[in-house]
Design a protein around this ligand. Structure first.
Ligand code: ADP
Ligand code: GN1
Ligand code: MG
Length: 356
């Protein structure tokens, strides 16, 4: 372990070896095998332009959650993230290398999954994300700094793709003409949720905005949701973002970067399990337009993520971490395969949502 990392964990009064941990696409995550254990993260400055602002959000949100968890008789050390301050009382440490680091308590006795293993798992994840929404329903949105502006503005994401296509910075355009064509053919749909927010039929709420299955920890024994993690993108948004994005990842038959597209389809059983769990928590508060847009949101969030992977591929892989050649292209292809599969199953998706 480098001198720099030693210096960094000492700022949090921890002095043990740390190892890389987890599979996030954004931050560098490490585990400190102390007793108790901790998570150390380097906050990705390229993605989050103002790390102290991100930490202010997280402090505010986790304090709010902590209070509610205690009121409900829960365990606040497990059911929400807990930020460990530095020995100087800061929420994160600005290291001599110019990078920001933060530390959390490790959520013990719980697991985050990279792939759905059963409908029950998705049902429990959905309940956890739904509950998270509910706990933050009265959090003052004006206290939240927008950590990534226009994060789920799919129309703007589409404009970014158009720009990346015309600039062709990494010289890869020729190899992705089919994917670009696929994305361009669906341009009209990009604005549907943002327009519904503008006309007021879909309310802005405090949302998580990154509801991937590996951003929720499930109890290792009971499988029930314990803690929603990765709070960097908690911002005002639409409940449809949280629902749709979770399905994008959680109701896929395969990994986000699966190369064999024959192994990728949108699994209706997983879709139903998630819908059932999510609706059991938030169903009562949905507006008619939110309800109507549920199936579409799964498709839109998947399309949006595909566009983002494709844009990053065209720009030379500067945003998402990659671990092999053409990784972002493989990711793009699974997302677009899921979109076309959802298009062919759309009536069935609507019928399932109507049940809950
Ligand atoms: P990224 O933004 O890069 O996705 P995350 O905050 O999601 O980073 O962390 C990456 C992974 O590290 C998570 O998917 C999870 O497996 C693990 N992890 C993060 N925070 C904790 C924690 N407090 N306790 C246990 N595991 C954690
Ligand atoms: C990133 O950080 P992580 O790996 O949980 C990304 C999400 C994407 C996701 C795709 C801040 O999530 O928006 O949907 O990758 N997070 C950010 O897997 O951009
Ligand atoms: Mg994550």
């Amino acid at each position: 372990m480098s001198e720099l990392l030693y210096d960094i964990i000492r700022q949090f009064a921890v002095e043990v070896d740390i190892e890389p941990y987890g599979n996030g696409h954004i931050n560098d995550t490490y585990i400190a095998m102390s007793n108790p254990r901790y998570i150390l993260q380097r906050i990705n400055k390229n993605v989050f332009k103002n790390p102290p602002g991100v930490m202010e959000n997280i402090l505010g949100v986790t304090k709010h959650l902590r209070k509610k968890i205690i009121e409900a008789g829960g365990d606040p050390d497990r059911e929400t993230l807990n930020v460990i301050q530095t020995i100087n009382g800061e929420n994160c440490y600005l290291a001599p290398n110019g990078e920001y680091y933060r530390m959390y308590k490790f959520v013990e006795g719980a697991v985050s999954y990279e792939m759905p293993e059963s409908p029950k798992m998705l049902y429990e994840a959905a309940r956890a994300f739904g509950k998270f929404q509910n706990l933050l329903a009265d959090y003052p949105a004006n206290k939240l700094y927008e950590t990534i502006p226009d994060f789920h503005d799919t129309r703007k994401r589409f404009e970014n793709l158009k720009r990346a296509v015309s600039e062709n910075k990494a010289g890869r355009l020729e190899s992705v003409t089919a994917e670009v064509e696929f994305a361009f053919a669906r341009e009209k749909e990009a604005g549907i949720i943002v327009d519904a927010i503008s006309d007021g039929s879909v309310p802005l709420r405090v949302t998580h905005n990154d509801t991937k299955l590996n951003n929720v920890m499930l109890d290792e024994k009971t499988g029930e949701g314990v803690c929603v993690i990765d709070l960097d993108t908690v911002m005002p948004g639409s409940l449809l973002y949280d629902y749709g994005d979770a399905l994008r990842f959680g109701a896929s038959s395969g990994a986000e970067d699966e190369k064999d597209l024959n192994k990728i389809w949108f699994d209706l059983e997983l879709f139903e399990a998630f819908t059932k769990g999510f609706m059991s928590e938030v169903g009562a508060k949905l507006t008619p337009t939110e309800r109507k847009l549920l199936p579409f949101s799964a498709k839109l969030m998947t399309y949006e993520c595909g566009i983002r992977f494709l844009t990053d591929y065209l720009e030379g892989d500067t945003y998402f971490k990659i671990h092999r050649k053409d990784h972002n292209l493989d990711r793009t292809r699974t997302q677009f395969k899921l979109v076309s599969d959802m298009e062919s199953k759309f009536d069935k998706m609507e019928a399932i949502v109507a049940k809950y």
